[in-house]
Design a protein around this ligand. Structure first.
Ligand code: OAD
Length: 230
């Protein structure tokens, strides 16, 4: 049965009210990456970095999945082959829509990570650098998100899925951040049909066989219906 691998980015959660990074008014127009999203920023000013992610955690907790998240969860249930969802998003809107086994390659706002021993736990709505690790007791708490300069999570597993994909879809991502931006090339090498579903052409649009342009809530349900031959 055909395996489908889907990569999602901030664009899929935009209509749920969570800001994207690089669009007009995007998060990186209001904050500098080097101030809030690097290990060096955290070493310099951990309170500032925690405040940034605490705000985003609160926003994400209040957001509801939209028709695009729901359509992908339905595809997982109704497609006879495996459907793997890999997301760069740190929200839990895929899970809230009912998706299973989502691979969060850039981590999750809902989790905290001990910078000393590597233990993870469910984050309270507000966390700070001096929160004690429930495992080792160290006061070295950080958000469980991947920063620029760090290795995304579960890369071996993702590359194995891409090598088996018959269809690869990238949804709501600008194609500006690697390694995710290279997934279409990886999947194409393995023979997958690659489709980009986005509001506009991404930086890596040339790596795709096919494209659908529009908002995720309009385009993704139609694409899912086509895959399911409805
Ligand atoms: P970006 O903000 O770079 O790109 C969002 C993409 O979604 C753009 O191409 C938009 O055109 C598109 N878009 C906006 N609204 C949309 C809608 N309603 N429907 C469909 N598409 C829409 O976000 P990402 O590509 O996810 O990493 O960014 C990748 C990574 O860069 C993030 O995971 C984050 C960020 O810095 C880290 O923080 C490590």
């Amino acid at each position: 049965m055909q395996k489908i691998v889907i990569l999602t980015g901030a664009g899929i959660s935009a209509e749920s009210g969570l800001g994207t990074f690089r669009d007009k008014d995007g998060i990186w127009t209001r904050y500098r990456i080097e101030d809030v999203a690097t290990p060096q920023a955290f070493a310099r000013d951990p309170d500032l970095v925690h405040r940034f992610y605490n705000t985003r955690r609160t926003q994400a907790a209040g957001a509801r999945p939209n028709a695009a998240h729901q359509a992908l969860a339905r595809l997982q249930t109704e497609h006879p082959g495996e459907v793997i969802i890999v997301t760069q998003n740190v929200d839990r809107l895929h899970e809230a829509a009912g998706a299973q086994n989502v691979i969060h390659m850039h981590g999750e706002l809902a989790r905290a990570l001990c910078a000393s021993c590597g233990a993870r736990w469910d984050a309270a709505p507000e966390i700070g650098p001096h929160d004690a690790c429930p495992h080792c007791g160290a006061r070295a708490c950080r958000p469980d998100v991947v920063w620029f300069g760090e290795m995304p999570y579960r890369m071996e597993e993702i590359l194995a899925h891409l090598s088996e994909a018959a269809i690869f879809a990238a949804i709501g991502t600008s194609g500006q951040v690697y390694p995710a931006a290279g997934f279409a090339q990886e999947a194409a090498l393995a023979g997958a049909h690659c489709i980009e579903i986005n509001l506009e052409s991404s930086a890596v649009a040339a790596d795709f066989d096919d494209t659908r342009q529009g908002t995720a809530s309009e385009t993704v349900p139609g694409w899912v219906a086509d895959i399911l031959c409805e």
